[in-house]
Write a protein that binds this ligand. Structure first.
Ligand SMILES: Nc1nc2c(c(=O)[nH]1)N[C@H]1C(S)=C(S)[C@@H](COP(=O)(O)OP(=O)(O)OC[C@H]3O[C@@H](n4cnc5c(=O)[nH]c(N)nc54)[C@H](O)[C@@H]3O)O[C@H]1N2
Ligand SMILES: Nc1nc2c(c(=O)[nH]1)N[C@H]1C(S)=C(S)[C@@H](COP(=O)(O)OP(=O)(O)OC[C@H]3O[C@@H](n4cnc5c(=O)[nH]c(N)nc54)[C@H](O)[C@@H]3O)O[C@H]1N2
Ligand SMILES: [Mo]
Length: 708
C-alpha cells in the first residue's frame, strides 16, 4: 500500500530533490574512467554533500545510464583515504609519516627542489609523469617542456599509444573510429565493451546497422552472445597470424579493392608475397582457430564490405609481438579499401586531452611548442627508437631502469599526477627506483602506496569538486562547475600545474596566465568560444560552427603519401620488419615447466586498475583477487572453485582464488592487475617487452598453477 503524503523525513530518506528536502540536483560528470567516456551525472546534493549519483538522460555520454563504477560515485569521492591537505614527509622515504603544510609551502618546496635538480644535473634529470588520468595532461606536458626537461611521460606508455604507433607507421593518422552503422562487416577484435566501456548499454556494443559481426577473442564474453555471427576463439598474442591468413584468403578470393590499392596503398606486392605463406592450416596451428572458421570469416568479410574494425586501446599491443599484430589487423582495412571510407575506419583527431569529439584543435601545438630541442634524448629513446620517433613522450617503461642505473644520464626527481608504481611489470622495480630519487612529489586524490613514497603530496579535487571544459562528439562542449563542497583543502590538477609554472624557473606566460587563457589558445579558430561555454552554467552547448572530420578527406602523412603496408619509417631500423611480420610472443620459459599462458590484465566491470579496490560497493562484487581458468584446467589440477592457488612464472609467484569460467579458452589464466595483495605485474618478467614499442608482454607469460 502506498501512503501519501510522504513525511519530510521519508522524502529525505528517498533522496527526493525539492525545496522542502533541501536536496539539490546538480549536473557534473563521472571521471572514474577518465578521459572517455565522462558520462553525465546528476548529483543529488544536500548541504554540500553528495547523496547519490544517477545518469543524465540525453547526455552524449551514458544517456541516463551509469555503470557499476559510476553508481558508486559517492563512495569514490568520499573514499576513506581521500587526501585533504598538502603533506610533507617527516619520516624515512616510504615510511608513510607526514605533516600537514600549507599550499604555498608545498608548492614552493616542489619548485625549489625541481629547480635544484635542474641546476645540478640539467632540467631533463627531472621527469614529469601522469598516471591513467588524462584531463590535465596537455598542461603537465607543456609545463615539463617549458621547464626544459624532455622527460614528460605517462601511463600511456603501456596503453593506447602503441596502437597510435601502428596507425602512424601505416597512415600517419593517430587513431580511427569504426563506422559500424554503415559497415558490411564489423570485426570485434579483442572486443569486450560490456566490461571495459560499459556505460549502460555499451555504446560501442550492439548492432548499429545490418553489419555481420565477427568477434575474435580468447574468451566467450558477452559480445559473443549478444552480437556475434561468428566467434573465433584465439590464443592471445597470435592475432597477427590470423590477420595475415584472412588477408591471404581475401586476396585469393579476389575480394580486395584493386582501385583503392592502386591509388592509396604502398607495398602491396611485398605484403601479398609475405601473407601468402599464412595458409589457414598454418594459422590454425599458431592461433588454435580452426582453418575452416578462418575460411568462413574470410567469406563473410569478402561478401560484406566495407570492413570496420574495433579498437581495443591495449589488448592487442600488450604483447611482445603486439605492434606487428596490430599492424597486421589494420592492413585488412587497406586491402579491402575500407580505410577512411564510409563504413570503414575513419581517422579521428585528438580534440583535446585525449578526447575525440570529431574535430581537431591546437592542442598538439600547446603541448609541444616549448619542447627543448637540444640536449639529452628522452628516457627510453635508445632502447625503443621507433617509439621515440613516433611518440613525443618518454617511454616510461624504461624509467625505472634509468633511475636505477643513472645511464645514459641521471634522473633525480619525479613530479607525478596520479602514479601507481604497480602498473608496470616486474617485481616493484619502479618502487625501488623511486626510493633512490633526490625528490619525488605526488598529486593524487588518495593516500596510495605510491603517494606514501613521496616527499610532498598534493591533494587533488575530484571531478565533482572542480571545473573542467569537456568536449563530446556531436560535437558539443561543456564547462562544469563544482557541485559539492570539497572534502578538504583540495585543488584541481590544472590549478596545481599553473601554480607550479608561476614558481618554477621558466618562461611561459601563457601557462602562467591560467586555465581559461590556455583553453582559448587550444580552441582558437575552431568555433568553440570558451567564455560562451563557461557562461552556459553547466549546459552542454552544440558547436554548430565547428568543422568535423568526414570520410574520404584524410591526407596520408607517410613518406609515400599512401597507406604503407611496407613502412618506410620502419625500414630505417636494423632488425625491424617494415611488413606486418608475425613472430611468437611467448615469454622465455620452459613450456613443460610452465605449461599455461598468463593473461595479466583483462578488465572487470567493477574495477579500474588500482583506484576502485577500496570502494566498498565495488569491492563487494569481487571481494578477493581471482584468476579465471577453464573448469577442465582446474579439474586436471584437482582445484575447485574458490580454492587458493599459486600462480608462478620465472619472475616470481602470487596467490589468488581459483575462479572457474567456461568463457575462458583452455590453457589460459586471466587475472586483473592492480591488487596490492596479488600484484600480477610483479610476476611479468623484466625485459619481456615489445622491441618496437617498449610495451610489456602482459598477456603472454608462461606460467604454472598449483593448488596451495
Ligand atoms: N571496467 C573497466 N573498464 C576499463 C578499464 C578498467 O580497468 N576497468 N580500463 C580502461 C583502460 S586503461 C583500457 S586500456 C581499456 C582496455 O579495454 P579492452 O581492451 O576492451 O579491455 P580488456 O578486457 O583488456 O580486453 C578486451 C578483450 O580482449 C580480449 N583479449 C585479451 N587478450 C587478447 C589477445 O591477445 N587477442 C585478442 N584477440 N583478444 C584478447 C579479452 O578477453 C577481452 O575480452 O579499458 C578501459 N576500461
Ligand atoms: N598486467 C597489466 N598491467 C597493466 C595493464 C594490463 O592490462 N595488464 N594495463 C595498463 C594500462 S592500459 C593502463 S591505462 C595502466 C593503468 O594505469 P594506472 O595509472 O595504474 O591507473 P590507476 O591506478 O587507476 O590510477 C593511477 C592513480 O591516479 C589517481 N587519480 C585518479 N584520479 C585522479 C585525478 O583526477 N588527478 C590525479 N592527480 N590523480 C588521480 C588514482 O588515485 C591512482 O592512484 O595500467 C597498465 N598496466
Ligand atoms: Mo589503458
Amino acid at each position: 500500500m502506498i501512503k501519501e503524503p510522504f513525511s519530510l523525513k521519508e522524502k529525505i530518506k528517498a533522496k527526493i530533490p525539492g525545496e522542502d528536502t533541501g536536496i539539490l540536483l546538480k549536473a557534473s560528470f563521472c571521471d572514474i574512467c577518465s578521459p572517455a567516456p565522462s558520462c553525465g551525472v546528476n548529483c543529488f546534493v544536500k548541504d554540500g554533500k553528495l547523496l547519490k549519483a544517477e545518469g543524465i538522460q540525453g547526455h552524449p555520454a551514458g544517456n541516463g545510464v551509469l555503470c557499476t563504477k559510476g553508481l558508486a560515485q559517492r563512495q569514490y569521492v568520499y573514499r576513506k583515504d581521500r587526501l585533504k591537505v598538502p603533506l610533507k614527509r617527516i619520516g624515512a622515504r616510504g615510511e608513510g609519516r607526514f605533516e600537514a603544510v600549507s599550499w604555498d609551502e608545498a608548492l614552493d618546496e616542489i619548485a625549489e627542489r625541481l629547480n635544484a635538480v635542474k641546476n645540478e644535473y640539467g632540467a631533463s634529470s627531472a621527469a614529469f609523469f601522469s598516471g591513467y588520468n588524462k584531463w590535465y595532461r596537455p598542461f603537465l606536458q607543456r609545463l615539463c617542456y617549458s621547464f626544459g626537461s624532455v622527460n614528460y611521460g605517462s601511463e600511456s606508455s603501456t596503453c593506447f599509444l602503441a596502437t597510435v604507433m601502428a596507425w602512424k607507421s601505416m597512415t600517419g593518422c593517430e587513431t580511427t573510429m569504426p563506422d559500424r552503422k554503415n559497415a558490411g562487416t564489423f570485426l570485434g577484435w579483442g572486443f569486450n565493451p560490456y566490461y571495459s566501456r560499459n556505460m549502460g548499454p555499451a555504446p560501442e556494443g550492439g548492432r548499429k546497422g545490418n553489419e555481420k559481426v565477427i568477434i575474435i577473442d580468447p574468451r566467450e564474453m558477452p559480445a559473443v552472445r549478444l552480437e556475434a555471427d561468428l566467434f573465433l576463439q584465439i590464443r592471445p598474442g597470435t592475432d597477427g597470424a590470423l590477420a595475415n591468413a584472412l588477408a591471404r584468403e581475401l586476396i585469393l578470393r579476389d575480394k580486395i579493392d584493386h582501385d583503392y590499392i592502386e591509388k592509396h596503398v604502398y607495398g602491396f606486392e611485398e605484403y601479398r608475397a609475405y601473407v601468402m605463406d599464412f595458409t589457414p592450416e598454418k594459422a590454425e596451428a599458431i592461433t588454435d582457430v580452426p582453418a575452416e572458421k578462418i575460411r568462413e570469416a574470410a567469406a563473410v568479410i569478402g561478401g560484406n564490405l566495407p570492413l570496420a574494425i574495433s579498437h581495443s586501446s591495449s589488448t592487442i599491443v600488450h604483447h611482445k609481438n603486439g605492434f606487428q599484430n596490430q599492424r597486421a589487423i589494420y592492413a585488412l582495412s587497406a586491402i579491402t579499401g575500407s580505410f577512411d571510407q564510409k563504413g570503414g575506419n575513419i581517422p579521428s583527431p585528438d580534440t583535446y586531452a585525449h578526447t575525440r569529439a570529431g574535430f581537431a584543435t591546437n592542442v598538439e601545438r600547446f603541448e609541444l611548442e616549448n619542447y627543448p630541442g637540444e640536449g639529452p634524448q628522452r628516457v627510453g629513446a635508445g632502447q625503443y627508437p621507433l617509439w621515440n620517433e613516433l611518440i613525443p613522450e618518454m617511454q616510461a617503461n624504461a624509467l625505472a631502469d634509468q633511475i636505477l642505473s643513472g645511464e645514459p644520464y641521471p634522473i633525480r626527481a619525479v613530479m607525478t599526477h596520479g602514479m601507481n608504481y604497480r602498473m608496470f611489470q616486474a617485481d616493484m622495480r619502479l618502487k625501488k627506483a623511486l626510493e633512490e630519487l633526490d625528490f619525488f612529489a605526488v598529486a593524487d586524490l588518495f593516500m596510495t602506496d605510491t603517494a606514501k613514497m613521496a616527499d610532498i603530496i598534493l591533494p587533488c579535487a575530484s571531478s565533482l569538486e572542480r571545473s573542467e571544459l569537456k568536449v563530446y562528439p556531436g560535437p558539443k562542449a561543456w564547462y562544469t562547475h563544482p557541485v559539492i563542497d570539497p572534502v578538504g583543502d583540495v585543488r584541481s590538477d590544472t590549478d596545481i600545474i599553473i601554480e607550479l609554472a608561476k614558481r618554477l624557473d621558466i618562461k611561459d606566460e601563457l601557462l602562467r596566465s591560467g586555465y581559461d587563457a590556455c583553453l582559448k589558445y587550444i580552441f582558437e579558430g575552431t568555433g568553440l568560444d570558451v567564455d560562451r561555454i563557461r557562461a552556459a552554467e553547466g549546459e552542454l552547448v552544440p558547436l554548430e560552427e565547428t568543422k568535423t572530420v568526414r570520410p574520404g578527406e584524410f591526407i596520408f602523412k607517410t613518406p609515400t603519401g599512401k597507406f604503407e603496408l611496407y613502412s618506410k619509417v620502419i625500414e630505417k631500423y636494423d632488425g625491424f620488419c617494415p611488413l606486418p611480420q608475425y613472430s611468437d610472443g611467448s615469454s622465455e620459459a620452459d613450456p613443460e615447466e610452465y605449461p599455461l599462458q598468463l593473461v595479466a590484465g583483462g578488465r572487470l566491470p567493477s574495477s579500474m586498475h588500482s583506484r576502485l579496490n577500496d570502494v566498498p560497493w565495488l569491492r563487494s562484487l569481487r571481494p578477493q583477487p581471482m584468476a579465471d581458468l577453464h573448469p577442465e584446467d582446474l579439474d586436471e589440477r584437482g582445484i575447485t572453485a574458490g580454492e587458493r592457488i599459486r600462480i608462478r612464472t620465472t619472475e616470481g609467484e602470487i596467490t589468488a582464488a581459483a575462479n572457474p569460467s567456461s568463457a575462458v579458452k583452455r590453457g589460459l589464466v586471466f587475472m586483473t592487475n592492480g591488487y596490492p595483495e596479488a600484484d600480477v605485474n610483479s610476476i611479468v618478467p623484466h625485459g619481456h617487452n615489445d622491441p618496437y614499442t617498449g610495451y610489456p608482454g602482459f598477456r603472454n607469460v608462461r606460467c604454472t598453477v598449483e593448488k596451495l
